[in-house]
Design a protein around this ligand. Sequence first.
Ligand code: THU
Length: 136
Amino acid sequence: MTPEKLCELAIEAMSHAYVPYSGYKVGAALLCADGTVYQGCNIENAAYGPTNCAERTAFFKAVYDGYRDFTAIAVCGGKDGVITGPFPPCGVCRQVMREFCDDDFVIYMVDAGGKYESHTLSEILPHSFSAKKHMA
Ligand code: THU
């Protein structure tokens, strides 16, 4: 699985978004250690708070199916699905990544025109709290 292909799968996942309130579509493609890919989209709610981000949709689908080892995630988003810049996952999603992933887990922030930025989890969530580090 190449980063480019994972980014394409994130872009495809945006078309599944349920976003009647914001119109802001987000797509994610989560790469498991064995090469399996789980896609996710954001799913909004009239009460706003229960909205689930695309990254967490992908993680929760994978975890339900028994996956626990993850290599990378590609994420993209934009109003009406139009990408205008690299997409940075929200803080809640970064913490969910922390639950299952090591410092070297890679986040591809998908940009327009086939571009993307690449960061590790330790870069985007420094000084983080994790079960492995703090509850062992
Ligand atoms: N959203 C995501 O899906 N992922 C993020 O990391 C940040 C925000 C969604 C939630 C909401 O449906 C829309 O983007 C606007 O905030």
